[in-house]
Each structure stands twice: as structure tokens, then as C-alpha cells.
Design a protein around this ligand. Structure first.
Ligand code: HEC
Length: 153
């Protein structure tokens, strides 16, 4: 009786693992794309102020920079489960190099974190500080996209 129960539990666990490994990446895809979009929105807020399209507002600039730092602290591996690369599934631009060259991917993510911290320190100090800072931040985005994100289309 006990043995049969254990066998049943083991079987259901095995089944569960197989099912999720096969397809359901939707949560991870939403989460990782969402964080990138949050980065883009806050980069846009700071970019608008840097270009003078929106008036400089120290508090809003600081909040946007704080948000960049917060997002940069999100641990990446859980959002990139094995098998969710663009060679294996649809709806993603994450290249296999995210997994095959994980060290580089995580180093690029750390580079984003460093850039975000510099912006956090300067964003509230004046409009002139924003331009050069954003150049640096954009460079951190691009460094990763060039290596680990497939072109759109
Ligand atoms: C460490 C690597 C890395 C860094 C740093 C990075 N990205 Fe990305 N980004 C990716 C990958 C990989 C994808 C593809 C995700 C997918 O399609 O599953 C992506 C996708 C995106 C997308 C598309 C999201 C969607 O809805 O499909 C946007 C927008 C984006 N990134 C903006 C940014 C911005 C802005 C920055 C910098 C502030 C940035 N990223 C920094 C790796 C990175």
C-alpha cells in the first residue's frame, strides 16, 4: 500500500517535470520581457529630459534612476529556464548564447547594474548630467543585445 503510494507520487512528479520542461515558458517569458520594458520606459523618461523634450524634474529623474537600479538587481537565471531560447521556442529573441555563454551574459547584466548605479548618483543633480550618463547606459544595453539578443523581425 505504502509502496504503491510512493510509486504514484514519483510517477506524478516525473510527469509534472516533463510537462513543464516541454512547453510552459509563458511566465518566464512575460517576466523577462517585462523587466526589459521597464528598463526601456525609465530610459525613455531620462532620455526625454536629457534632450529637453520634457522639462528636467530632479525628483522624477531620481525615481527613474532608482527604478533602473532596482530592476538591475533582479536575478536573471530563473527568468531564463533551459530550453527557452529562440532556437527551441517561438516568441523569444533570447539567443542560445544566454545559456552557452552564461558567464558573459551575467557579466553584461552586471555591467548594466554598474551603469545604473552611476546614473542613480547623478540623476538628481541636474539636467546636464543626464546626457553622458544615458550614453553609458545605452552602451550597457547594447553590449548585451549585440551578443545575446536576436535582431527583431
Ligand atoms: C544582460 C543582457 C541584457 C541587458 C543588459 C539588456 N538587455 Fe534588453 N534584452 C535582452 C534579451 C536576451 C532580450 C530578449 C528577451 C526575449 O525575447 O526573451 C532583451 C529584450 C529587450 C526588449 C524587448 C522586450 C520585449 O517585449 O520583447 C527591450 C525593449 C529591451 N531588451 C530593452 C533593454 C534596455 C533599455 C536595456 C538597458 C537599459 C536592456 N534591454 C539591457 C538582454 C539584455
Amino acid at each position: 500500500m505504502k509502496k504503491r503510494l510512493i510509486a504514484l507520487v514519483v510517477a506524478s512528479l516525473a510527469f509534472g517535470t516533463t510537462a513543464s520542461a516541454q512547453d510552459d515558458f509563458s511566465g518566464a517569458l512575460k517576466a523577462r520581457k517585462g523587466q526589459f520594458n521597464i528598463l526601456a520606459i525609465n530610459l525613455g523618461i531620462l532620455g526625454g529630459m536629457a534632450k529637453g523634450e520634457t522639462p528636467y524634474d530632479a525628483e522624477a529623474a531620481q525615481t527613474a534612476a532608482d527604478t533602473l537600479v532596482a530592476v538591475s538587481m533582479i536575478n536573471q537565471p530563473p527568468l531564463f529556464p533551459a530550453g527557452s531560447d529562440n532556437m527551441s521556442i517561438e516568441d523569444t529573441r533570447a539567443q542560445p548564447s544566454v545559456w552557452d555563454n552564461r558567464e558573459d551574459f551575467l557579466a553584461k547584466w552586471a555591467g548594466l547594474g554598474e551603469a545604473a548605479l552611476k546614473i542613480q548618483a547623478a540623476a538628481g543633480t541636474g539636467q546636464e548630467a543626464l546626457g553622458p550618463m544615458l550614453g553609458m547606459l545605452g552602451g550597457a544595453c547594447k553590449a548585451c543585445h549585440d551578443n545575446h539578443r536576436a535582431p527583431a523581425g
